[in-house]
Design a protein around this ligand. Sequence first.
Ligand code: NAD
Ligand code: TDX
Length: 361
Amino acid sequence: MTPTYLVTGGAGFIGSNFILHLLRAHDDVRVVNVDALTYAGNLENLTSVEGDARYAFRQADIRDAEAMTALFAEFDPAYVVNFAAESHVDRSIADPGVFESTNVGGTVNLLNVARAVWERSDGTFGDHRYLQVSTDEVYGSLPLDEPDALFTEGTPLSPHSPYSASKASADLFVRAYGDTYGLPVLVTRCSNNYGPYQFPEKLIPLMIRNALRHEALPVYGDGLNVRDWLYVEDHCRAIDLVLREGRVGEVYNVGGHNERSNIQIVRTIVERVSEAVDDPAIDDSLIAFVTDRKGHDRRYGISPEKIRAELGWAPETPFDEGIARTIDWYLANPEWVERVTSGAYQDYYERMYGDRGTAGN
Ligand code: NAD
Ligand code: TDX
């Protein structure tokens, strides 16, 4: 039988890449994209599949029980993949409420609906599966002076930002629904993604955009915070693999041993963008060290050993290739950037960076 994926948050960065991946990877598939279309949701990411008979879009909020129940009735999904979330740490520091509401409340609502619709009279759930797309940030922060220390699935949850606290809470509800009701749940915890369609509030696309405009490149604190970068397509493959072949009830970390400091990333972008557009005015003098993010996690580093050993997953895109592809995509799609950064983005930028000052101030 053709499996139907109900993908929430499918108009966002990773969700839209995941939908494009599914439709490329499987002929025999149906995909329903359910997205509230917040500032981060953009259907333009999916224009290439709009006419595909295997794909449908419905605008709805994962917090809306009635709407979710109606969607389950309409599409009878075999799988739910929950990407829908508020995803930006800086926004969570400025305004935590919606992070609790969408990331925790929305997840619990989806779990309730999945349970109500999928549970049979004997308490079993057949082949249905619910996958929660989580993040390495739930594990907290690693020290810089212990480079061999990595997050494993057994690392205790220790979130620091309102964003990561909301994601960790959601993960605990997911586990509780598995343990208590037998709901067939899976969780993936991935490191920082980069690639096409990422909203330019996140480090890499923000730096590409600012460099092209000769604007300051705001590096938080000393720039030595470390993130573990994974090309989005590799994450999408991992999610699909875990959904189809992972062991129900398990958590799988996803990452590619690609740790870099923020300043390294920014310098790489400066060099490559300058070269790509042949503009020597794009240089390190644009870099501005600004006041640090509150509660800024120092380092993330993922051990992907479990998903490698159990499911044979490994990243396929080396950073050099992934960053070149990403920069090329942003250079080739200035209208996309222009459209998502018009209007409300200007207010956001002023609020976040307007009075940030330089580091140490
Ligand atoms: P994003 O902000 O680009 O997209 C989020 C999407 O969810 C948007 O399309 C938005 O419209 C939608 N959405 C928000 N609230 C909603 C609601 N109440 N109902 C329905 N839809 C709603 O985020 P992203 O970077 O693509 O991240 C997707 C998921 O992956 C998130 O759960 C995030 O925590 C997780 N994650 C992200 C990264 C990363 O590096 N970006 C890494 C690991 C995990
Ligand atoms: O202007 C900036 N300057 C800067 O120095 C921005 C936007 C970020 N930074 C730093 C903060 C982080 O150390 O760069 C690093 C990456 O920042 P973000 O792109 O905001 O990502 P991060 O906070 O690491 O969280 C991301 O990865 C994990 C995603 O946004 C989350 O959704 C995901 O769960």
